[in-house]
Design a protein around this ligand. Sequence first.
Ligand SMILES: [Zn+2]
Length: 308
Amino acid sequence: MILFLPLLACLVNDVPPPQRTIALTFDDLPNGGAPMPIDALESMTRKLLGALESAKAPAIGFVNESKLEVEGEQVRRTAVLRMWLDAGFPLGNHTYSHPDINSTSLLIYQEDVLKGEGVTRQLMEEKGLKLEWFRHPFTHTGADAQTKENLDTFLKRKGYRVAPFTIENSDYVFQAVYARALQRNDDALAAKVRAEYLAYNDRMTAWFERLSVDTLGEEIPQILLVHANQLNADVMPEMLSRLKQRGYRFVSLDEATKDRNYTRLDGYVGKSGPSWLHRWAMAVNKPNRMRDEPDPPAWVIDAYKEPR
Ligand SMILES: [Zn+2]
């Protein structure tokens, strides 16, 4: 009997989970993808924010102000942004109309950055907050060294901090398939997309945890990039609970970026928008692992590519 005691003790005393932290960042506010009808947008936002508040998970939302300009709905669409602030979540600038620096002149891009801050800055100031975070659309930061440097200098001069990310999960791909399933009232397909998306998020989280150790010798505070959309609103309680099970504690973007690793050099110049873990690896001449990232399931990609 005595022989079994250590085993029993092991089973009874849960092994404490690792101390991990993650910041949640949501792009393309008020919503990613095709503009949602205003009623649906309000209820999606309420559901998403409710899940974050229940899990006491801080978040930040990056705004495309062009999406507020739907005739007769400007006030209600602006009020959706206020819902984020009322829930205690700050906003950042994601440009006015989501241009791609790879195919836009620097001058036009810079104008779009400035055009994108009017409403957001005012809403932040109403709450006594300063607008400081900027995220590049597509996280494209400049295809050549000169453009990248000029854009960086411009953003700094305007008082912005660039919001990095370390984990992404191609949520926009799953969301496109999900939106079609909901539209056709195909509940089975919708449930399948939710399950696959959650599984893929687990896979990507594990992959980037490993990349962090391989690149930096440790797991750093992670930053997840997702979009404000129906899929995330619907799965958020489960996604947060799975992250908790992996040992994650939720922190703000400000908190996560206090880690000294976030002062590392971004060594990537090119047309893609990779994770900062890749960018830091390239700065110290470690192998480029961008192509090793796990892909979403083939059937999801195929369905995403299907003509509507
Ligand atoms: Zn975006």
